[in-house]
Design a binder for this molecule. Structure first.
Ligand code: SIN
Ligand code: FE2
Length: 215
């Protein structure tokens, strides 16, 4: 696993992936139990489900959302919407503990004033990964992405602005936070299939929270 040591005068312990992209190791670790309790309240209203790709296949990652807008994929394409297609109700409100964490991590990574209006919750099991993609469904590309990892570790693949650019591999463990924006906002990224394992709080699962300014 290659970790690039922060080299542009930033805070000790912060790792630079690319210009504008940082890993904040263990940033969310001490608050992880309250984050997971908040995720459980969200999932009680808007259950995890495997959305369909525009091509009609079920995605391996199970997803739900909270906040004013939620990311949706189905036969009609990728988009954000205010209503959960499964329940017909608005997505659950974003718990304050989640938005506060995202705002603080964004600030620490050099993006003060980030106010997310969408939190996508991704659930991975061993063997499940996410193919390389850009996050480009958001209206406001000036805002960063804040991505929180909980539970089983994963290998995060972070590349460049072109699909063909090679990716570097970073191990993301429980409580690690990645923030990318500015010149790296549209960098390709993905997640390698999870290795088998069991985490003390989550068992055989990884939960990823991805905060965005979508609308
Ligand atoms: C994503 O790109 O939406 C998720 C990334 C992750 O699970 O770490
Ligand atoms: Fe993404």
């Amino acid at each position: 696993m290659t970790f690039e040591l922060f080299s542009d005068g930033g805070e000790a312990g912060v790792l630079a992936l690319a210009p504008g992209a940082r890993i904040l190791p263990a940033w969310a670790q001490s608050g992880a139990e309250s984050l997971l309790a908040a995720v459980a309240t969200v999932a009680a209203c808007a259950p995890f489900r495997q959305m369909r790709t525009p091509g009609g296949r079920a995605m391996a990652v199970a997803m739900t959302n909270c906040g004013p807008l939620g990311w949706i994929s189905d036969e009609a394409g990728y988009r954000y919407g205010a209503t959960d297609p499964l329940t017909g109700r608005p997505w659950p409100a974003m718990p304050g503990v989640l938005s506060a964490l995202a705002e603080g991590a964004a600030r620490a990574a050099g993006y003060p004033g980030f106010v997310p209006d969408a939190c996508l919750v991704n659930r991975y099991l061993p063997g499940v990964g996410l193919s390389r993609h850009q996050d480009r469904d958001e209206r406001d590309l000036a805002a960063p992405i804040v991505s929180v990892s909980l539970g089983l570790p994963a290998i995060f693949l972070f590349g460049g602005l072109r699909r063909a650019d090679s990716c570097r591999r970073y191990r993301l463990g429980h409580g690690d936070v990645v923030v990318w924006g500015g010149p790296s906002r549209l960098c390709f990224h993905g997640v390698a299939p999870l290795a088998p394992g069991s985490h003390p709080l989550l068992g055989p699962e990884r939960i990823n929270l991805t905060f965005r300014r979508a609308g």
